[in-house]
Design a protein around this ligand. Structure first.
Ligand code: ADP
Ligand code: ZN
Length: 601
């Protein structure tokens, strides 16, 4: 057997394992089961790819997403690994070729869609082949609580029964303790060792700003911070996706829409362009993203609030997989809170299910309203601890002023109560501010003791108070009566004067942000960087593969700083394995040579 480390170095071109990877690889190589929780970008793939190359036989990878499979397989083939996939996109003849390669022992790694794997014909084939391991990627898909549930995943427990001697490794990036338990039970992984990495993604900067004029806010964000970067903009509805993509196009960005209502061919062409071209912005519903392995997504922007922290973390996690600085940026406002609260109320399912949904939404709202470090809160939600505030989120970078909102909150709650818990925010603000309009007179609300007691705060400030009261669970938006607010039990201590309330002071206009630092480190020559990018782009184009499959930005940056002049020095760069050294060394060395000569000459 070749050692895992020598495979890592010669095939993948990396000098060393990350600490957790090393233990996982050791466990699986020796035939044990493993449950691996690592954040996106943590390096999960190597945990099964290296053991598949070390152990005799073919590693079978179960992956729910076709796009991901194709991407991984092309990346592996680039490294000279004998990899293939089986899914519905293959013609019967092509599938046959892959199957016979498997039987002949000519494959190191085979990616299979779950629905295909559990067919008895496929299982029969696997029984005849030599199998190194089963890797169950995106293992949280077995969880019925999560939004990625896949019924086919439930059948994967048969692997344990049919192939008791083949090690299994389940991997996921998103799993709270409950989901983790579900994975263990449903996949029958009771004997697996658990490997749990921290959830932190230190290179992602989290920011959640008050929603005012979302499109302008987005444009300003792009203009000042991501003018020539690839990114994803998430919207809740298809209509908003279309509108936003158009607005960005009109502003000169290379933006493309993506949602389930578009024809399949258009969707996949947009996806392909996002992967293959540089600086494409995908404007999408949550239909887009799972299994998108693009490493150089520099920002993820949310124009609408995700329903859970899991979803937020997963969606924002698509930024910065390469470890270089990236932004998670969101705008959020009162309407988001009301809308999501209502959607939850209407959702189907058992009371237990609804309660769980409510709790998850509450946690998400809590994250939006928090005035301390967002990363600490985010990690705490996943059972992780970060001792110090992170210094790389908006609340750390620009501390949020708070004010004593006790009195205002009491006024607001009292207005809700006195008007019979039948009115929405706008009318309640009219009551508090003493507006004299038809509706007020129609209901005799000018006679209420709360009428006009809140003139000291303006409309925006009252909206901010109501938003925070709803977000924190003092008020509930009614399902039947559109937007009418109700008191929750939680109000009592506040109304009785037994509790005080600190509220966020929303700035009318967020302070002009200092331009974030240049993405490229100082010691990198921009001209060389651009020349290397161009070299990568044309090599990628010639082969019809995404540029990052040739080299990640990281490796290009290393070229700029190390300035290798020989094939051997080129091969020492992180991310350059033997095969890529032979295939691309000369091309990139020429670019570097030309640059160095030009520089000195
Ligand atoms: P995940 O599947 O956990 O999101 P990946 O397996 O895609 O993460 O790895 C994320 C990035 O980290 C990739 O660019 C990968 O090549 C890189 N990487 C993983 N392990 C190592 C390592 N030991 N040394 C250097 N780079 C690594
Ligand atoms: Zn922070």
């Amino acid at each position: 057997m070749t050692s895992p480390l020598s495979i890592l170095q010669s095939v993948f071109g990396y000098p060393a394992f990350r600490s957790l990877q090393e233990s996982v690889v050791e466990q699986v190589v020796s035939g044990g089961d493993a449950l691996v929780l690592m954040p996106t970008g943590g390096g999960k793939s190597l945990c099964y790819q290296v053991p598949s190359l070390v152990r005799p036989g073919c590693g079978i990878v179960i992956s729910p997403l076709i796009a991901l499979m194709q991407d991984q397989v092309s990346a592996l083939c680039e490294l000279g690994v004998r990899a293939a996939y089986l899914n519905s996109t293959l013609a019967p003849g092509e599938a046959m070729v892959v199957e016979s390669a498997l039987l002949r022992g000519d494959l190191d790694l085979l990616y299979i869609a779950p629905e295909r794997l559990v067919q008895s014909r496929m299982l029969g084939l696997i029984e005849q082949a030599e199998i190194a391991l089963f890797a169950i990627d995106e293992a949280h898909c077995v969880s019925q609580w999560g939004h990625d549930f896949r019924a086919d995943y439930l059948q994967l427990n048969l692997l344990h029964e049919r192939f008791p001697n083949v090690p299994r490794i389940a991997l996921t990036a998103t799993a709270d303790a409950r989901t983790r338990q579900e994975i263990v039970t449903r996949l029958n992984l009771v004997e697996a060792e658990h490997y749990i990495a921290g959830f932190d993604r230190p290179n992602i900067r989290y920011r959640i700003t008050l929603k005012q004029t979302p499109k302008q806010q987005l444009l300003r964000f792009l203009k000042t911070e991501h003018h020539r970067d690839a990114g994803i903009v998430y919207c809740l509805s298809r209509k908003k996706v279309e509108e936003t993509a158009l607005a960005l196009q009109q502003a000169g960005y290379h933006a493309l829409p993506y949602h389930a209502g578009l024809p399949a061919a258009l969707r996949s062409s947009h996806q392909a362009r996002f992967l293959r071209e540089e600086a494409v912005i995908m404007v999408a519903t949550i239909a887009f993203g799972m299994g998108i392995d693009k490493p150089d997504v520099r920002f993820v922007a949310h124009l609408d609030l995700p329903k859970t922290i899991e979803a937020y973390y997963q969606e924002t996690g698509r930024a910065g997989r390469d470890g270089l600085p990236a932004d998670a940026w969101m705008v959020y406002g009162l309407q988001d809170v009301l809308k999501l609260r209502q959607m939850m109320g209407q959702s189907e399912g058992s009371e237990e299910h609804k309660r769980a949904e409510q709790q998850r939404l509450n946690a998400m709202l809590g994250l939006c309203e928090i005035t301390s470090c967002r990363r600490q809160a985010l990690l705490h939600y996943f059972g992780d601890t970060l001792i110090q505030p992170c210094g790389n989120c908006d609340t750390c970078l620009e501390p949020v002023p708070t004010w004593d909102g006790t009195e205002a909150a009491r006024m607001a709650l009292s207005a809700v109560y006195r008007t019979g818990q039948r009115f929405g925010v706008n009318h309640l603000i009219d009551v508090l501010r003493g507006a004299e309009n038809d509706r007020i007179f129609q209901y005799d609300h000018h006679c209420l003791p709360t009428f006009g007691i809140g003139k000291a705060l303006d409309n925006h400030q009252w909206r901010s108070v109501f938003r925070q009261l709803v977000a924190r669970g003092y008020l509930r938006a009614d399902i039947e009566l559109f937007g009418a607010l109700h008191l929750e039990d939680q109000c009592r201590p506040l109304l009785r004067g037994e509790e005080t309330l600190e509220l966020r002071r929303d700035l009318a206009r967020p302070a002009a942000r200092q331009q974030t630092k240049q993405r490229l480190p100082d010691d990198i020559d921009t001209a060389l960087w651009e020349a290397l990018r161009e070299c990568r782009r044309s090599l990628a184009e010639a082969q019809g593969i995404p540029p990052y499959i040739i080299f990640h930005d990281r490796t290009l940056q290393e070229m700029c700083t190390a300035l290798p002049r020989t094939v051997q020095a080129f091969g020492a760069l992180s991310g350059v394995g033997e095969r890529k050294r032979e295939k691309y060394g000369v091309d990139f060395l020429q670019v570097i040579e030309r640059h160095v000569q030009g520089g000195t000459g």
